[in-house]
Design a protein around this ligand. Structure first.
Ligand code: TRP
Length: 380
């Protein structure tokens, strides 16, 4: 019985993310066989109460965050902080495939960091870090690369696209982009990865990496990470140029740092048509896009009001755009103010990055210790 109370006490002290490894050690220090029988029960009970699922997502620092990133991803990252153990990181190594200038590297990462914080990602609740601050990732990347095959990496659509776009720079980093992404995810043994539809193939590779490692070494070590969509499908935020998706191309996109004037100007210029020609007509794509934006950015009453106007053919796009711009400005003004504040406080950004790096390294190092053991290396 004394043993059991030590055990329970020990379990309470264990850091959540390291639970599995610590249980492993405990397992061998136990002498009484009856305690072995109790183990599964203790483990599941403990997990139910205290263990939050691990969520991880990353973004490449190749520009500023825009409304598409906000409504499609970051807003949900903020919500997830309450219920999950979240890791959000800035994938600066991934951006090396296009050889950014050395003087831009740190600034680009700091920009996204400031924008993440301004959106409400809280460094006390989540682990926010910069990829290149966690060297453990590369060690896992190396191990995983040993189990990935040229053929399957070459078949990844994003690789094929990039190879087409930069035919003079089809480097091995581009080819092994999915393995680095798998290392990002598996180093924290994340269960859920909130990403867009365009990342599905990369996620499939991450699952393959997990599965293969487990199979090769006969272990159940890496969980297979699942894509996580908010709601029942991946949301796509339309662009302002009539195109299906808000991206970084000029004229299509509203950045979170933009002021009211520039937002109004952009929304005013959004592509429309000459108006409905019969009542209750189906909306052509460019108009549907405007309505989709309104559905996301405005209240339901506002949306219904303009929808009715469309249906009875009295709609004036100018009025609709004015309202839409106003509602976007309302959402973005406080975010913009916080972005400016954070960006002018490099000291704070450095502190947040350092804190995030420490937490991420701790989790990553724990995984790597086990991985080394499993592969057969010495662990010090
Ligand atoms: N490939 C992702 C993108 O381009 C960025 C990314 C890198 C990522 N590593 C990741 C996303 C790990 C989720 C998990 O959007």
């Amino acid at each position: 019985m004394k043993n059991l109370s030590y055990l329970l006490f020990g379990l309470c002290l264990i850091d959540k993310s390291n639970l599995d490894f610590s249980l492993f050690t405990f397992h061998f220090s136990l002498k009484t066989s009856s305690l072995f029988t109790l183990f599964p029960y203790l483990c599941t009970n403990f997990q139910h109460k205290d263990m939050k699922e691990i969520v991880l997502s990353g973004i490449r620092p190749t520009g500023n965050l825009h409304l598409g990133n906000y409504y499609g991803a970051v807003q949900n990252f903020v919500k997830m902080q309450e219920d999950y153990n979240c890791y959000y990181f800035i994938a600066d190594w991934h951006s090396l495939t296009t050889h950014p200038k050395p003087e831009d590297i740190q600034q680009s990462a700091r920009t996204i960091l400031a924008e993440y914080l301004a959106c409400g990602i809280d460094p006390e609740k989540s682990t926010i870090y910069i990829q290149s601050d966690v060297p453990e990732t590369i060690e896992l990347y190396l191990y995983l690369n040993m189990n990935c095959y040229l053929g399957e990496l070459e078949r990844v659509t994003t690789f094929k696209e990039k190879a087409r776009k930069q035919p003079n720079n089809v480097n091995a980093g581009l080819l092994t982009y999915p393995t680095l992404m798998a290392a990002d995810i598996l180093q924290h043994r994340a269960a859920k990865v909130p990403v867009g539809k365009d990342q599905e193939q990369n996620m499939e590779m991450a699952r393959k990496c997990a599965r293969r490692f487990n199979n090769i070494y006969g272990v159940e070590f890496f969980p297979e990470p699942q894509n996580f969509y908010f709601g029942d499908h991946a949301i796509k935020i339309p662009g302002l140029d009539g195109s299906g998706k808000m991206g970084k191309s000029e004229g299509n996109c509203i950045y979170l740092y933009e002021d009211a004037k520039s937002i109004e100007k952009k929304v005013k210029r959004a592509v429309t048509d000459s108006g409905p020609t019969e009542p209750n007509q189906e909306k052509p794509e460019v108009i549907q896009n405007l309505f989709t934006l309104m559905e996301i950015a405005s209240s339901k009453e506002t949306y219904d009001y303009f929808n009715e106007k469309w249906n009875d053919m009295s709609i004036r796009y100018g009025d609709m755009k004015k309202q839409l711009a106003e509602d976007i400005v309302k959402t973005l003004t406080p975010i913009r103010e916080r972005i400016l504040e954070y960006k002018s406080n490099q000291e704070l950004l450095d502190k947040v990055a350092k804190m995030g790096a420490e937490k991420a390294r701790e989790s990553s190092a724990a995984t790597l210790r086990e991985v080394r053991k499993i592969i057969g290396f010495k662990v010090y």
